[in-house]
Design a protein around this ligand. Sequence first.
Ligand SMILES: *Cc1c(COP(=O)(O)O)cnc(C)c1O
Length: 350
Amino acid sequence: MIDLRSDTVTKPTPAMRRAMAEAEVGDDVYREDPTVNRLEDRAAAILGKEAALFLPTGTMGNTIGVKLHTEHGQEVICESRGHLLNYELSMVAWFSGCVLRTIYAEDGILRWDRIRREYRALGPHWAPTGLIEIENTHNMAGGTVYPLDVISEVCDGAHSLGLAVHMDGARLFNAAAYLGVPVSDVVAKADTVTFCLSKALGAPAGSLIAGSARHMDRARLYRKRLGGGMRQAGVLAAAGLIALERHPPLLAADHENARFLASGLAKIHGISIDASKVQTNIVIFSVEGTGFTAPDFSARLKERGVLMNSIDDRRLRLVTHYDVNRESCERALEMVRETAHRAATRGDCG
Ligand SMILES: *Cc1c(COP(=O)(O)O)cnc(C)c1O
């Protein structure tokens, strides 16, 4: 099987498994796990933040990020296809007691002029804005990257109104690789940032949240409340350290493979995609012109040994990662071509 459903499906490398087996561990709830401590210190240093905290998931990172900056009854502004709204089990409401105020942006990138219009100060009839959340890269907009000047403007604008900015950087390192800048430049003005080791960086599990030392002290409390106090978590942090230190340079190859797939897809009859818009490791394309629904197309691809998820009735999403090399991408493309061709010659596709 060529698995392009997500970059979460990567298996730990032999180096990771060795590091996990040999990891020095302690009780992290007592802050005595040296490997977790080292991972948190390295993550903070790489991001240019005072402190970082190791978490089981990115969802927990965003949940804590929202909690740190808001009080019950406020609004959090995010893009309408954001992970925060659509894939986090309404944790913004459940844990933080806030509602989401969404803004649609075609490319998933929220600009300050749009945010400013949705900002609500204290007033008699509405929930005041408590936080701005931005997703970088934006998953459902197709792995799009925030330009640095847009982040800067959003953060400056938010701060001028006394608001914080939380960045959902599940694929933060992909954004930095695309821009060709250190991750610390991408997150410099964000108050808190979450990123996943378990996505393109390839660790078996784990995410971090980073920000000021004061925020991370409170984040530790919320992590425990959410059931995230993990004891000898050094076995996971050891793999995470390898993901963090050694894998960012591998992302460029994933991005090249995504562009290769996108330009190949663009040439297949019945498939539509603007390949020039693919920036990182996520490719979203429509199979509407093949006569198949996206779930149907996905099922037929699976019969040919290729896994890609449908994201709605018309569109599929593929995500490249280090367990899929160029040769597998060529084969995946061939299977998409065959599937689309079969649809075209079926004669009954109406
Ligand atoms: C994967 C992802 C997360 C976090 O997901 P977990 O599965 O909880 O680690 C958050 N935001 C985005 C954009 C993601 O793609």
